[in-house]
Design a protein around this ligand. Structure first.
Ligand code: SAM
Length: 301
């Protein structure tokens, strides 16, 4: 893993990344604005002894500075007033920015962090289709959807690599792909060693199938947001590069309010498509988040 990082980050940044990976991640909550205003929730939680600081990116999220007890054990949590979610993971739904009347598809939805945020941005309107292949993860998704009071969604337990067979066309599609989670070391230190190069290769195959199926299910002018909690180019730029080579009429578009640094257009001695510079990488040592990747793709015709 480190050998690969040195190739695209260089020695100095790799060292900085490894040091940052050992620092605990700041906890955040996302306020469910379908049920409560951020300031009202802040006041309620602060009366219970929590200390919340405004988040740097969203008016509806707070950094948890001080927690006298577990944030999953409050009355407000059970009422669906907030979701425990790390800051980088709030970016995909926000960047995709679905509108009230859109058909929106979340291809890999469980346990529902981004799905419930999509519903919140859509103001509980439009059509939100939540797909999840693993039946064992459906209950967690269902519980979160119910707890947060979401009524614009349909949960489907099927394999999203087959999405294009169903004829559902989306205005906006989120593909938060299954990945090695190489960016999650700050949350889960076992990730330093738990994934092998073979995992990386087999996941890249699934990611390409999912991305192809998603792009084929986009309406003209529709947008797909591809994200992973991995900094591995094999799961990110190289996936997008290979899939867009096969499909015409798609372009990587610039993320307005870019949060990270530009995606790679040269890696492991290979030149990639130029527009991948519009995708975004987030790193623990630069952005103080988990490692994350975001790529917004538009169907041009
Ligand atoms: C990174 S997680 C998604 C996290 C979720 N988006 C969230 O924000 O809570 C990837 C999910 O994709 C699911 N998955 C893997 N392969 C799939 C497939 N072919 N079709 C649909 N879901 C799949 C996994 O079971 C897992 O729940």
């Amino acid at each position: 893993m480190i050998h690969r990082y040195i190739q695209f980050l260089g020695l100095k940044q790799t060292e900085q990344l490894l040091i940052a990976n050992d620092k605990p991640l700041k906890p955040y909550i996302r306020v469910n604005t379908l049920k409560i205003k951020p300031q009202i929730l802040k006041d309620r939680l602060e009366k219970k002894g929590f200390q919340l600081k405004p988040s740097k990116w969203f008016s509806y999220s707070f950094e948890v500075h001080e927690a006298p007890f577990n944030l999953g054990a409050t009355h407000e949590f059970l009422l669906g007033y907030y979701y425990l979610q790390n800051l980088a993971s709030m970016l995909p739904a926000s960047i995709l920015n679905p509108q009230k009347h859109d058909i929106v598809i979340d291809m890999c939805a469980a346990p529902g962090s981004k799905a419930t945020q999509l519903a919140q941005i859509m103001r509980n309107q439009g059509n939100l289709i939540l797909i999840e292949k693993n039946a064992l993860r459906i209950p967690a998704l269902t519980i979160n959807v119910r707890r947060l009071g979401i009524i614009n969604s349909t949960i489907l337990n099927f394999d999203a690599t087959k999405l294009s067979n169903y004829g559902i066309m989306g205005d906006k599609i989120l593909l938060d792909a299954p990945c090695t989670g190489e960016g999650l070391v700050r949350e889960d230190p076992t990730r330093k060693k738990s994934r092998t190069i073979n995992d990386l290769k087999s996941l890249a195959k699934v990611q390409k199938k999912l991305l192809k199926a998603g792009l084929n299910s986009l309406k003209t002018e529709g947008m797909l947001l591809y994200s992973t909690c991995s900094i591995a180019p094999e799961e990110n730029e190289l996936v997008v590069n290979d899939v867009l080579k096969e499909l015409e009429n798609f372009a990587v578009v610039k993320i307005s309010n870019a949060y990270g640094i530009p995606g790679l257009i040269q890696v492991y001695g290979k030149s990639l498509r130029e527009d991948l510079k519009f995708s975004n990488r987030l790193y623990p040592h630069i952005h103080d988040t988990i490692g994350f990747y975001l790529c917004l793709i538009k169907r041009i015709e």
